[in-house]
Design a protein around this ligand. Sequence first.
Ligand SMILES: *Cc1c(COP(=O)(O)O)cnc(C)c1O
Length: 377
Amino acid sequence: MAYKIPLFDLNFGEEEIQAVADTINSNWISTGPKCEELEQQFVDKFYVKHAVSMSNCTDALHLACILCGIKEGDEVICPSLTFAASANCIRYVGAHPVFADISSFEDINIDPKDIEKKITPKTKAIIVVHMAGFPANMDEIMAIANKYNLRVIEDACHGPLSEYKGKKLGTIGDVGCFSFFSNKNISTGEGGMLITNNDDYAKKARLLRSHGMTTMSYQRAGGHATSYDIVELGYNYRMDDIRASIGLVQMKKLPKNLQQRLHVRKWYNEKLQRVKGVILPFAQNEEFVSNYIMPIVLKDSNVEKRDRVREKLHAAGIQTSVHYPAIHKFSIYKQYGAILPTTDYVTDNEITLPMYAALTEDEIDFIVETLDTAVNE
Ligand SMILES: *Cc1c(COP(=O)(O)O)cnc(C)c1O
């Protein structure tokens, strides 16, 4: 069934179509000048030294783990209330994810106190996810990282241009990773970006994303190089110019899109305050944020009640989701035996409401009224 109000609305139009056509007509469609241009956009807009375009964020996270020197048998602390890729990347390099709980029902980001409790002599790094684009407590996390000499990888998929105390998310830790999957703030279908201020990391990321080759096809086609060496065991994690050209249009649209999302969030906030039985995470946030998604948490609830409420929204034509099914409960992660009471409650009682720039005040009113009835009848 087509929803009256979908969870997300793809912000694509004629400009994206034209950009793809132009790239195809240019006769260069794989990694090339458009990827470079998109990387430069990230360098300029995020005030970061290096940006390396990638085929998706999962690849960026994998390379981030390699760059940070995470190896077999190491431990990496990460949240469980996130997408599986935030933990899978730890396994790719043979390390063990150690799940930390979230702070509270109001702050559903990783809890710095629980991070510190879970540090052992084997801990090598922390992966931080900025849920819905709201910044995790980076001051405390960086202080812990400095104290124990740990690397910090920011999975900033939800937060392009989101800020923490004047800094862009993804630029505070050692490496920041972004996704351009179709439902993210910037969409290219599939795509990603790795950003860092570390020169060596950037150089190595460029090598590893392209088989560890010393030159790329585009350089050879331009006559700048004729041969290459393989100096690292690399991968093919490259983005292509077709996607990058879509990304460039999306980057141009992003500031206005984020402004509209701010209004959507504000309207939701005002209306939701009158709804009993609903917690609005990050209600106190005053930073500029991307508002990637609109999570709420039901009070004094359980998974059956949450699913009933979602079913009623569904019946009214409102699409919802859950962010996220907690990773530590998945079959391949149960063995780690994580005990995360706050994550357990939120994963069972969270509902993600529709969030996109074109969502109208009337539609939000309808969503909140339907929610109120479903929660409180
Ligand atoms: C989307 C997402 C990813 C994965 O990104 P891909 O580009 O699809 O690989 C990883 N982490 C988080 C938090 C995400 O939301």
